[in-house]
Ligand binder design. Sequence first.
Ligand code: C5P
Length: 228
Amino acid sequence: MDVVALVPAAGRGTRLGAGVPKALVPVLGESLLLRAVRGLLDSGSVHHVVVAAPPDQLGRMGRELAELGDRVQVVPGGDERTDSVRAALDAAERFVPTAEVVLVHDAARAFTPAEVVRAVVAEVAAGACAVVPVLPVADTVKRVDEDGTVLSTVDRSPLRAVQTPQAFTPEVLRDAYACSRDVATDDAGLVERAGHPVRTVPGHSHALKITTSFDLAVAETVLAPAHD
Ligand code: C5P
């Protein structure tokens, strides 16, 4: 089963304050991007990867991934994450027209264990059209008004925090992107809105999205040493 992964990495990532796009931020000498793309290929379930890069960083991201060979292609991303995924999806249809599963994975989730990648692919292979890895919500969740006063406590038992990689049949992801020009924070959100069912599999704490300098410190002291 031919599997292609799209990696939107065209964000500026200013929250990390590193002065380079977040995907190029190094963790113990290796960028989040290289770690994320290599992790996908090393899972054994992903055969090709299309990375959406900031248009002015195409060459740099290409060089960053050169050691992974011709299974990786870098294309220009867009203004919003959804534009970058759309550009990568268009390129993937030309690069891997035989793909039966399409994954979308954030470069910032560079330490996602192989078992999560394998689980989402296996669920599509078993017949699902869209699959997301999820974790239960550990904190109590409250709804607040504009002044920060609590309105109510939300029942957290049916809530899940969503990670990547998210896996889709190519037809369903294409349909979701054809149905909507909305900006979405995750691809499964567009698929839901297009009326397709989305399944869940267990996520993993190591698949956290590296967003803040605290997350980066966790990556440097806990996640990367365990990986390397
Ligand atoms: O900003 P945020 O962390 O939510 O971005 C999620 C992912 O989407 C990141 O990997 C980022 O590089 C990517 N992105 C993109 N194109 C954009 C904006 C974000 O590929 N225009």
